[in-house]
Ligand binder design. Structure first.
Ligand code: ADP
Ligand code: ZN
Length: 755
């Protein structure tokens, strides 16, 4: 190496630019910035006559490229992304087949990435340390002073509001040396209004204690280094078996070792109830720490502050939805993924990562213990546990020996026959059960995973069906507004009073299929004195609505709650003794190999809402295919039975977990072109069979949702056991294909939906 070269040592930074380019660029590090630039540092660099933002992903001794430009400046505090999280972003880019800047964008929240520091500063008035005599004050100044003296410190605005004083008057107090007025960071706390009472660890039952012991053993004891390699645990515990208490005590152990924890919860279950349970446990005592919350309903400012509390190490526990898996907790001791089977952990836009799988990878890279918890584990995770890749921990009983509710399956074919083909919303058995519960002042939850009133508008004479002009689906009738709406693209039109076909004009048009609005409507007629409330995304306009309705239900102001999957999960109401599933087959006939699994999970979750208190619960499942295994195993609370038959089906067809899947989705406005390019792709990909002998390709074919938002959709799936190899091959091959400009291709690795 020549001396000139030597001088360049460690002076080159490889930078991923935030404008989408799909590759990294090298820049020189000016000597004055050298001590500040590290992997993860955000920088501003010149690029094509512009200045753009980027993130340093590697430091090099030299570059292959001649004539490098220099980094212009450092943005924000150095090293916002820890090298570990950065490495995780690289893994995501490789495994999920996306550009590095796309992966990087998702590990750093938008508000943190912006150039400006986002702390909110406010002027604070504080009592100044007194030197000498109390100065003389006017009566007005005296009045204001007494308020400040009482409060010791408060925002200037607040003092103005309390006393009606102007800033000038308050400045007089500063002139007299009584107070200081200085800008201070004022942290936004999304839970500031909640009153949180500390809680103590509960004495565990035998199963809980065994699970906790296994988890803490894997983390090691105080004074010891973290174990070389930790195992992933799968905590399979029926609803109400006390999983959360195990999580809380496992976190306490991580804290006692000086390590932090990340708790992932599906967005929908991230209720104030849940958050408060975690905050309360760690709000006092020797393990006291802030609990940061990250989810999509935070304001940008709140998100900024929560993130920095973690980065600064003040919040050692993070609870949040999907993206919280990237929280900069350091060192990390424990990751909990609650309801690990939930599909909402999968991001449905690039990078299409699955937060549970990222958790497992992050855990192994940072030697953190990972606990996946669920009452209905995914087939993938349970299969891993059976094979010994994960350690299985079972909580087989509800805490306090509460019984699982009795589940009755109602054959709706028989009901329909009895009603001579009329649409039946409530079977006789469910109607009678509702009457019994109402008489005893107990509460009822009715579940139907479809909003709106009727799911189709049909003309019985000419066969016309109202369809969305943009999508390949029927429009849903919304009765309160008398509108027809598309649940894919939100297209909205007035509901016609007669058949709109000019040759027909039949006034007797028919509304077919049912949604939650109709359930609510029919209920009102059957039980005029019951207090009924509906909860679905049509009702919830603001984020307080959710809390308000649940609060009313808890307070006993509502007798019957009707809702979509929003009410299926995680809620805990002691007085709910009856749960009715109006139409259990809805998710069963989706064109997806996971339809059975999803139905089993949903039924088990819904059924778990009944009988959480003193009175035993009861569940009615209405179905047109009452003997389907997914329904029958759910009825018997038999996860193992369901697993055994489902895993056999997966094995026969070589579906996951016996293979991994990639789905290529092609979208465009010209259907022929979409179909043609998809077919062209298949031919180009055929050669991969040489490297991957177990590769199975299916399609291309029109996707089940053949058209959405005016785009035609075609898909092609590939299955293999060697996903890493396939990802690499696709990353190499796909960018070389001549993708027409008006066509979009999405690569979805480990898809959770095939719609
Ligand atoms: P899961 O998360 O499995 O649904 P939870 O952790 O929410 O179950 O527990 C259900 C209820 O039982 C909660 O009210 C919780 O406080 C209580 N609980 C959990 N463990 C114990 C225990 N060991 N002793 C007494 N009550 C417990
Ligand atoms: Zn539409």
């Amino acid at each position: 190496m020549t001396p000139a070269c030597y001088a360049w040592q460690r002076m080159v930074a490889r930078v991923t630019l935030e404008i989408a380019l799909g590759k990294d660029f090298d820049y020189l590090i000016p000597p004055e910035l050298e001590p500040l630039v590290d992997v993860g540092t955000r920088v501003k660099v010149p690029f094509g006559g512009r200045e753009v933002l980027g993130c340093v992903t590697a430091l090099l001794e030299q570059s292959r490229h001649p004539r490098l430009k220099s980094i212009l400046k450092i943005v924000g505090r150095p090293s916002l992304v820890t090298p570990k999280v950065l490495a995780l972003a690289r893994w995501i880019a490789e495994y999920y087949c996306c550009a590095p800047e796309v992966a990087l964008r998702s590990v750093l929240p938008e508000v943190v990435r912006r150039e400006k520091e986002g702390w909110r500063e406010r002027l604070f008035v504080r009592v100044a340390p007194r030197v000498g005599e109390m100065p003389e004050l006017t009566p007005r100044q005296e009045e204001i002073w007494r308020v400040v003296e009482e409060m010791r410190a408060l925002p200037l605005k607040r003092l103005m509001a309390l006393t009606g004083a102007t800033p000038q008057t308050i400045r007089r107090l500063e002139d007299k040396g009584l107070v200081t007025i200085t800008p201070e960071v004022d942290e936004r706390d999304p839970y500031a209004a909640e009153l949180i009472l500390p809680t103590q660890p509960l004495p565990l039952n035998e199963e809980q204690a065994r699970a906790l012991a296994a988890i803490t053993r894997a983390m090691g004891a105080p004074g010891q280094a973290a174990p070389e390699k930790s195992a992933v645990f799968l905590l399979h515990g029926v609803t109400g078996s006390g999983k959360t208490e195990v999580y809380l005590q496992a976190i306490a152990h991580a804290l006692s070792l000086g390590r932090g924890a990340i708790v992932l919860v599906p967005e929908i279950s991230l209720t104030p109830q849940t958050v408060e349970r975690f905050k309360a446990r760690f709000s006092s005592g020797p393990l006291q720490t802030l609990v940061a919350v990250l989810h999509s309903h935070l304001s940008a400012g709140e998100r900024h502050d929560e993130w920095h509390k973690i980065r600064q190490g003040r919040a050692r526990i993070v609870i949040g939805a999907r993206s919280a898996i990237f929280a900069p907790v350091e060192p990390l001791g424990l990751i909990i993924v609650d309801e690990e089977h939930e599909h909402s952990y999968k991001q449905e836009e690039a990078p299409r990562y699955h937060a549970r799988d990222v958790a497992v990878v992050r855990g192994s890279r940072e030697n953190a213990v990972v606990v996946l918890g669920s009452a209905t584990p995914s087939l993938e995770s349970y299969y891993n546990a059976r094979r010994g890749k994960y350690t299985l921990l079972e909580l087989s009983r509800r805490v306090d020996q509460k019984k699982m509710p009795v589940v009755r399956v109602v054959d709706m074919r028989a009901e329909a026959r009895r009603e001579r083909g009329q649409m039946v919303v409530f079977s006789q058995a469910l109607r009678e059960a509702i009457v019994r519960r109402l008489e005893r002042h107990e509460q009822v939850i009715l579940f139907l995973n479809r909003r709106g009133y009727a799911t189709a508008l049909e003309c019985p004479l000419c066969g016309y069906v109202a369809k969305c002009p943009n999508c390949s689906v029927a429009l849903t009738y919304h009765r309160p507004q008398a509108r027809l709406r598309c649940h894919i693209c939100n297209y909205d039109a007035e509901a016609p009073l007669e058949c709109p076909q000019s040759a027909c004009r039949n006034p007797a048009i028919r509304y077919a299929g049912l949604g939650t609005q109709k359930v609510e409507h029919v209920l009102g007629k059957l039980f005029p004195s019951a207090r009924i409330c509906r909860m679905d995304s049509d009702v919830l306009q603001r984020k307080e609505d959710y809390r308000r309705i649940l609060g009313d239900f808890k307070a006993g102001k509502i007798d019957i709650l009707v809702g979509t999957q929003m009410i299926a999960k995680g809620l805990h109401f002691e007085n709910v003794t009856l749960v009715g599933v109006i139409h259990a087959d809805l998710s069963l006939h989706l064109p997806d190999f996971r339809a059975g699994e999803r139905t089993f999970q949903l039924l088990t979750q819904v059924a778990g809402r009944a009988g959480r208190g003193e009175v035993e619960g009861e569940v009615f499942v209405q179905s047109f295919t009452p003997f389907h295994p997914a329904i029958q195993y759910a009825r018997r609370h038999d996860f193992n039975g369901f697993y055994e038959q489902e895993i056999e089906f997966r094995q026969q067809l070589r579906y996951p977990p016996f293979s991994r899947m990639v789905r290529l989705l092609f979208r465009g406005r010209n259907e022929e072109k979409v179909a043609f390019f998809a077919e062209y792709c298949r031919r180009q990909l055929e050669g991969l069979g040489k490297e991957l002998p177990d590769l199975v390709m299916a399609g291309p074919a029109a996707a089940p949702l053949a058209r959405a938002e005016t785009f035609f959709r075609y898909h092609l799936t590939l299955r293999t056991r060697q996903m890493t190899k396939l990802s690499a091959a696709l990353a190499n091959l796909l960018p070389k294909l001549p993708l027409p400009e008006d066509l979009v291709m999405a690569v979805d690795v480990d898809p959770v939906t095939l719609l």
